[in-house]
Design a protein around this ligand. Structure first.
Ligand code: ZN
Length: 240
């Protein structure tokens, strides 16, 4: 069984499931097949080693994408170089060996990254994939509202953050898929949404062109303000 490919001209959304494979991955895969929706699984190499059958269930379905979510899910910004290499590049090698497929997408645990992490990700030939819409399924009190949160906020081009936990509410995923389908959405993998990615670059899904413009202008403004402030200090004879 495989998933239908997307038709052109429709609204697209990429569902992403982090932290698997879990004991519920099989049920989640079955649900996606039943609903005819694809998704991207950001798995940890450690969980892949512990649950090879669950990983096999995901990788057996053509159209589902497997991506890297580190080895053991630490905060990468706190690691020394050898540990960072293991978590970023070692995990990629381990996952690729298991599924015999290339992995080019990396999501840092908790979304934490800095210059060192981005360099390590670039060196390993992966791109950083963040998200543009969170389901808040990691917050216990928000769990009853996961489906309504996603459906209400979803726009075309979104990358939606969900989790493949043993405790996840799979019916929330079913509700999301059914309701978004009724609104004209089709489901794509992250690669289908973004196309070819550049190693080391950070992608967040839907970003309005005006927002890119504002961020660039902000960056320039901050740069010039710092420069002027440094010059003023020098002229006053203060130390930088
Ligand atoms: Zn995670």
């Amino acid at each position: 069984m495989s998933l239908p490919t997307r038709s052109r001209g429709t609204k697209s959304v990429a569902l992403t499931y982090d932290d698997g494979p879990s004991d519920k991955s099989g049920e989640l895969v079955r649900l996606l097949l039943e609903e005819g929706a694809t998704a991207t699984f950001f798995v940890t190499a450690e969980n892949c080693t512990q649950r090879p059958e669950a990983l096999a269930l995901i990788s057996a379905v053509p159209g589902l994408e497997i991506a890297n979510h580190s080895y053991t899910h630490p905060n990468l910004t706190h690691l020394d170089e050898p540990m960072l290499e293991r978590e970023v590049a070692g995990s990629k090698r381990a996952i690729e060996q298991t599924i015999s497929r290339r992995v080019a997408l990396f999501r840092p645990p908790e979304g934490q990254h800095d210059v060192r992490v981005r360099r390590a990700v670039a060196d390993s030939g992966q791109a950083i994939i963040m998200w543009s819409l969170t389901s808040m399924d990691w917050k216990k009190e928000r769990r009853p509202y996961v489906a309504s949160t996603v459906v209400r906020q979803c726009r075309s081009g979104d990358i939606v953050l969900l989790h493949d936990w043993g405790t996840s509410d799979l019916e929330a995923s079913r509700a999301i898929i059914r309701r978004l389908k009724r609104r004209g959405y089709s489901f794509v993998t992250v690669t289908e949404l973004l196309g070819d990615v550049v190693p080391g670059e950070v992608y967040r899904g839907r970003v309005a062109p005006w927002w890119v413009f504002v961020r660039r202008a902000q960056g320039r403004f901050v740069y010039w303000r710092r420069l002027i402030a440094a010059r003023t200090r020098r002229e006053r004879g203060e130390h930088d």
